[in-house]
Design a protein around this ligand. Sequence first.
Ligand code: ADP
Length: 797
Amino acid sequence: MGRTGGPRATAFLAALLLCASTAAGVLGIAITDSDHPTAAWWPAAGIGVLTLLLLPRSWWPGLLAGLFGTYVLANLIGDRPLDAAVLLAMADTAETAVVSWAVLNRVGRRMETVGEFGWLLGISFGGAVLAALGVAATSAQLLGGEFSDTVAATTAAHWAAVMLIVPLGLVPRERLRERLGERLGGPDHRPSPWLLVLQLALLLTATVLAFGPGHHPTLGFAPLPFLIWAGVAFGPFVVAVEQLALAVLVTALTLGGWGPFADSEQAANQVAQLYLLSLVIAGTPLALAVRQQRRATVAVWAEKKRTEAIIESSSMPILVTDEDGVMLSANPAVTELTGFRPADLIGRPFWERLMPAGEWELAQERFAEARVRGRGVIRTAAGGERIVTYSQSELIDPVDGTVHYVLTAADITAERASTHFLQHLLRSATTVAILGTDEQGVITLVNAGAERMLRIDQATGRDFLDFLDPDEVARRGAEYEAEEGFGTLVHDVAADGVPQTRDWTWVPPDGVPLRVSMTTSLVADARQRPIGYLFVARDVTDTRRNQELLHQALERERAAVGHLQALDHAKDDFVSTVSHELRTPLTSIIGSIELLGDGLLGELGPDQKHLIDVIERNAERLLALANDLLLLSAYEGAGAQPLLVPLDLRTVVTASEASIVPLLNHRDLEMQVDLPDDPVPVLGDVDYLERAVTNLLTNAVKFTQDGGSVTTTVLTDPANRRCSLSVADSGIGIPEEDLASVFQRFFRSRNVRADAIQGTGLGLSIVRSVVEAHHGSIEVHSQPGAGTTFTIHLPMA
Ligand code: ADP
């Protein structure tokens, strides 16, 4: 019993027991009738076994030596010769060792069952016989005892001693009520202490009646009922204690000369031992059995409590009915599901409450057939309906054979609704393909759109990879290294869980591929473990083809524009080269003609003079054209930019007016100039600006008939820091449809061409180029037959 305390407490217990053993040995010998060579009472046998069973196994050798010592000592004190004392002690020690060892192996340190009691009874008998043989042999050899008598007496004495004392240390002592019953509020087995007092008093009375002075010989049975009472009411430990007390009392009374066994005959002693033994045999197993049965009752009760708690707290509706389907109990989950309180349900067949009236008969039939599983509709208190799966199981009471049925149900209304919704969703999406696969890529779900795009009826169960372009998959697999097959499709998604959209080529079984834009996502269960993949795809074959065509068209256009630009440059280069090359010979021609015209090489006749004039005029026109072209190509080649310096716009107008004076010879035009009094400062290049204004004035003069007027006006708008210069004439005007084109190079309006008025069509393009180089703008207003006005707008410096 190492568990009762530390090593010190254990050692103390050992010492105490060894002392008790010695005392018991001395007492046993002392109370034995001196006629008998061996002790008729030998409580030391019981104490020895108890000592070993209460103390740790490792102590046994030492304890056995100690016990051997106490036995020798007791015998020596009892005046036995040393050799006899040693031999007797050896026999006793052997018994103690054998019985302790066998009990430890068969029963253990706790005796709980009747079966274990049986083992103790058998083992102690065997031990008693073993000791008795040793004691009898010693007694016959050394003490003059009679062998067979000694065997009988010693066996009885030892057996009774072990059976009376050892149970004290082995039977369970716990109080049932406190351990189980009270905590769970279960059956109460605790006897009243007053009852124990009463029982003790009655037991004492009966014992004294049977064994005390003035006893009646036939009252020996009297204590028995009270011991049985103790066994039933107070548990095995109380019984063990009472039995031992009874034995001591009976022994004392007998030794006192009272009672039925108060006879010096050894046989009477043996009968007394056997009497006590029979009390033990009656009381202890009964107490053990009663205890076992109570434990079982409590266990059953606890089990029942547990089951009730489980049913009450279960979120699954549970109904118990009798054989006829009449409800006996319903847990809270039933109320939660149906809205019916238990009181509404109990006592009625379940279908009457929970089934629509039309289905009562069917439900009753199914119930009778004990249909164990199914799906159905149940009615709620509010008049609604729930879809449930249910199961029914039979429960037969093992005691009376009553049949009960347990009905459990699971509400699947919401699941059904969402399943329908999902199916509808899948069916109605016909332009989008939705495909689900497991982790290996086997198709588990497919919608109408996917079947339409893949042009098959049944895709479920097939490998998704079968519908993809194998070359494309292999190519992309190579990008990811190691990944191939289905792993390529889900590589990115499997890695980070983020849905990914990419173009793929699907190859339906009919072999006509289609391009799809496909979003791949990972499907995970509630615990975030991947369980498959979802693919949502759109057919983009046409879109991608159109995109490709558009791309190609744009490329072609870009190439054409580049080509045109190159041509333009080549043309500009050509024009400027030609103009440049023309100027030198033309200058030389004009110079030579002037020499001729001036008559320096001889007087010219009128015809010759006329021809020379024609030649000179045309050569000058050619030179002007060459100059215009050079100027334009200089601008447009982005080569020569004007040098912008501060100047007064009025000086530009005055200079231009002066330069056109020769044109006015032989003309009848009213020339008007309207300039502000203050300088009009602009940033500009005098030569270029003069050239532009001159061109406008030239045109005005050219396209205005005699009698008309040309008005040049400069206006300023200091607030906006802008100024304008307009040249207005009252000439032939420009047809409306030509207005937009007058600034184009070489453009000449149809009326001008019709009237055969000379010109190159370059003047206005030069004007526009100059104005734009000065960050200005030009506009034109004209009315055919009434006149034209060109207005230049420039920023003021
Ligand atoms: P050109 O005067 O050498 O023909 P321009 O570029 O100067 O070339 O003018 C282009 C055309 O614009 C002229 O041919 C003419 O048809 C028209 N145009 C220009 N100025 C006037 C104007 N003041 N009145 C009528 N038409 C004009």
